[in-house]
Design a protein around this ligand. Structure first.
Ligand code: HAM
Length: 422
């Protein structure tokens, strides 16, 4: 026997028994994005590696450790996208049609790739839904994206999540805060983990996000960004809290949210579900006012979020929520006899042309196994056609719920079925 292949580590197949759940979420997200008047953007799965190195940041784990980077046949350095924001901004800078004075509201759905240590809720290929607003500096934009995320999760029926918000300051006050952090953490250099020692050099805020217990202990007493915000950041952060309160969106201020990507400024937020275990961020985002200019565009502000489908599905399953109905055929056709089998495909074709979903067993089989298959398909109606019935121009219709059967004329088939289904 030839060798069997295994799926690459950290990836998974979405099998038919689950794929309808994904479609359900995709549709719900599209619906909510359209409710807020966002338009869909689809960008390539790979980009120039440099795009992510410059935006997500060279010192981040995502770029340093997790990016799938490769050269194409001409030696160009490319990367599978680890996230969507950089691609959206690249497209925004490239396409003047996107650069609207009033602001640009975009949403996206698709796979992302990170070479991370796989565990529940963390994969090497995962699927994100996300939104971005480009061109609006006002805190109203921050609140709009947060409100969209909130209504989306609520609309799915989720209740076990909390919104945590923070401001990580702007290009003016954030470097000052970094200095205060360096001063503080320098006192604990001997006790910090190796990653945090590197963070101390490159991005001290990220120490606040370290998951190692000794580093968590040390950072308990670290200065808070909220005591170090400048006037504008402070006012914007206050305004966001005011708006969220007015919208009755519950939130908690968490000054330790720093986010794992370098492009953030000011607002940072996460929707957390503590039932998820270690990978508890359902959705995360924030403001990235310097990014468009950094990627060659004008000085245009931005804000957005993204969330993973996988953690959402785990959360929904934990809360025993519905994913809508699994698709089932409306009709199952049972064919008895040679001539009936030959005519079966025409009957199915007519049903399908009329918009009635229908299926049958393609392999010749006994009535018993065709009946079994009809049961398994869960279709509400079964049609049974034998050679004799075909001669008389009739077919038997069985209601699978009540078990009642009736003969109907093949000429009236479509209209009768439509009536039964309505
Ligand atoms: P992020 O926090 O890196 O942000 O990812 C957003 C969400 O994607 C996470 O909260 C999580 O639900 C999901 N996620 C991330 N990594 C994985 C993984 N390895 N496996 C499964 N799910 C994962 C961003 O990606 C930003 N681009 C969000 C953003 C948009 N900020 C502004 N606009």
């Amino acid at each position: 026997m030839a060798e069997k292949y295994k799926i690459p580590r950290g990836t998974f197949d979405i099998l038919p028994q689950d794929s309808y759940k994904w479609e359900y979420i995709r549709k719900k997200f599209r619906d909510i994005a359209e409710l807020f008047n966002y338009r869909e953007i689809v960008t390539p799965i790979f980009e120039q590696a440099d795009l992510f190195e410059r935006s997500v940041g060279n010192s981040t784990d995502i770029v340093q450790k997790e990016m799938y980077k490769f050269c194409d046949k001409k030696g160009r350095s490319l990367a599978l996208r680890p996230e969507g924001t950089a691609s959206v901004v690249r497209s925004y800078v490239e396409n003047s049609s996107l650069q609207q004075e009033s602001g640009t509201k975009l949403f996206y759905l698709g796979p992302m790739f990170r070479y991370d240590r796989p565990q529940k809720g963390r994969y090497r290929q995962f699927y994100q839904y996300g939104v971005e607003i480009l061109g609006v500096k006002d805190p109203l934009a921050d609140v709009e994206v947060i409100a969209l995320g909130y209504l989306f999760l609520k609309d799915l029926g989720l209740s076990s999540f909390t919104l945590e918000i923070n401001s990580i300051g702007c290009s003016e006050c954030s470097p000052e805060y970094d200095k205060a952090l360096v001063k503080y953490f320098n006192r604990f250099k001997d006790s910090l983990c190796n990653d945090c020692l590197a963070r101390l050099e490159k991005n001290p805020k990220r120490i606040l996000d370290c998951k190692i217990p000794s580093c968590i202990d040390i950072s308990q007493e670290a200065p808070s960004i909220l005591d170090n915000l400048d006037e504008e950041c402070r006012l914007d952060f206050d305004k966001i809290q005011e708006y969220l309160t007015a919208l009755s969106i519950p939130f908690k201020v968490n000054s330790r949210i720093v986010r794992g990507l370098d492009y953030y400024q000011k607002t940072a937020f996460e929707f957390i579900n503590n039932n998820l275990g270690a990978q508890n961020a359902l959705l995360g985002g924030g403001r990235y006012d310097g990014l468009v200019a950094q990627l060659g565009g004008k000085d245009v502000p931005g804000i957005g979020f993204a969330g993973g489908f996988e953690r959402l599905i785990i959360s929904m399953e934990n809360e025993k929520l519905s994913f809508g109905k699994q698709p089932i055929p409306q009709i199952f056709l049972i064919l008895l006899g040679e001539t009936a089998r030959d005519s079966g495909i025409k009957i199915l074709h007519d049903l399908r042309k009329a918009g009635i979903s229908a299926d049958f067993l393609m392999k010749p089989a006994s009535i018993k196994s065709q009946m079994k298959q009809a049961d398994r398909s869960r279709s509400p109606l079964t049609l049974i056609l034998g050679d004799n019935e075909l001669d008389q121009g009739i077919i038997t219709l069985k209601n699978m719920n009540t078990g009642t059967q009736e003969s109907i004329s093949l000429n009236d088939l479509i209209s009768v079925i439509k009536e039964k289904l309505s």
